[in-house]
Design a protein around this ligand. Structure first.
Ligand SMILES: *[C@@H]1O[C@H](CO)[C@@H](O)[C@H](O)[C@H]1NC(C)=O
Ligand SMILES: *[C@@H]1O[C@H](CO)[C@@H](O)[C@H](O)[C@H]1NC(C)=O
Length: 308
């Protein structure tokens, strides 16, 4: 940014067409404005909610090598289609600082974050922490937006009441008895949702048990989905919803879902919304448009726990 500015002023002093160049520099600055690294100052100004309940912030976490070209294109495309949203990009270090500062009153959460053994566990946990503390939309880097703007994802009657929005990953075409888990590559939440806190607390408890037993499960990679991933997330949300209704939420209530369903303040999106490529509908099923596409680029079972 500073380089860009000094380049702008250098050219400004030299050329007679300086005005034109300054104009384009400003256009460029405005264009790149919504994409920037997350700074902690942002967290201090976001206390008062106005406008949409779910903040118009899309959260991304980049690895040590930063964005690859493809994921950067997907992000830019998403922002073009959603001009009122802004991207918040976290590096490993910003993620650590965020956890340290936002959860200063919960040392058990900080300790859990730092003791999770693999980057993939931390990336899972971080999304729940961010969505709890700040709210917005979590997006994995291998997710692209389809054409429906985010502001139109939910039926109008749900928009004002939704505090958490999840999409079914596997639903249709997998038989009746599969575990109907929610995708975690795209999750929307308003800040301070007790459902999100439940997921966080469950991971803290699980990590405490592991620590007390004195040994990590023999293959933590194979248990990622259960330990911090979609299964953990889905169970936590459903249990928290169960407490909210003084009962249990049966998966039957969202099996073979053909339109968004609201349970309390949680909206469950059908498989075609976030996970169109893995749900196989009958020709007679009336389905809506896909909202995001997951490219399964995260070959996450690698030696570095899923990051490049
Ligand atoms: C966060 O806190 C941990 C533990 O106290 C410390 O080791 C680490 O350096 C801190 N990280 C940042 C980025 O502040
Ligand atoms: C659940 O139980 C609590 C306390 O017993 C009560 O205050 C609350 O209204 C109940 N909620 C529902 C949805 O029945």
């Amino acid at each position: 940014m500073t380089m860009l500015l000094s380049y702008c002023s250098l050219r400004f002093s030299r050329l007679s067409i300086a005005g034109t160049i300054a104009f384009w520099c400003i256009v460029l600055l405005v264009y790149i404005h919504p994409i920037r690294l997350f700074t902690l100052e942002d967290t201090k100004s976001s206390g008062v909610l106005s406008g949409p309940r779910i903040p118009e912030r899309i959260w991304y976490k980049i690895g040590p090598k930063g964005h690859d070209l493809q994921s950067r294109e997907w992000m830019d495309d998403c922002l073009r289609k959603n001009p009122t949203h802004r991207a918040e990009i976290l590096t490993d270090q910003l993620g650590e600082r965020f956890v340290n500062e936002s959860f200063a009153s919960r040392p058990d959460i900080i300790e859990t974050y730092f003791s999770l053994p693999l980057p993939i566990h931390k990336a899972d946990f971080l999304r729940y922490l961010i969505l709890y503390a700040e709210g917005g939309i979590w997006s994995d880097l291998d997710v692209s937006c389809e054409d429906v703007p985010i502001s139109n994802w939910l039926p109008a009657e749900f928009q004002e009441r939704a505090n958490v929005v999840v999409g079914l990953e596997f639903d249709v075409g997998w038989g009746d008895h599969i575990f109907r888990q929610f995708a975690t590559w795209t999750i929307m939440a308003a800040p301070k949702s007790p459902h999100m806190l439940r997921v966080i607390d469950d991971i803290v408890d699980a990590m405490r048990e592991v620590t007390q037993s004195g040994q990590l499960p023999t293959n933590m990679i194979d248990t990622v989905v259960d330990f911090t991933g979609p299964r953990r997330f889905t169970r936590g949300i459903l249990e928290s919803l169960g407490s909210a209704v003084n009962g249990t939420i049966s998966p039957d209530s969202f099996t073979h879902l053909l339109e968004p369903k609201m349970i309390e303040d949680v909206v469950i999106m059908p498989g075609y919304s976030f996970s169109a490529s893995v749900n196989k509908y009958d020709p007679s099923d009336v389905v809506g448009p896909p909202l995001v596409k997951h490219h399964y680029a995260g070959s996450w079972k690698n030696a570095n726990g899923g990051e490049a």
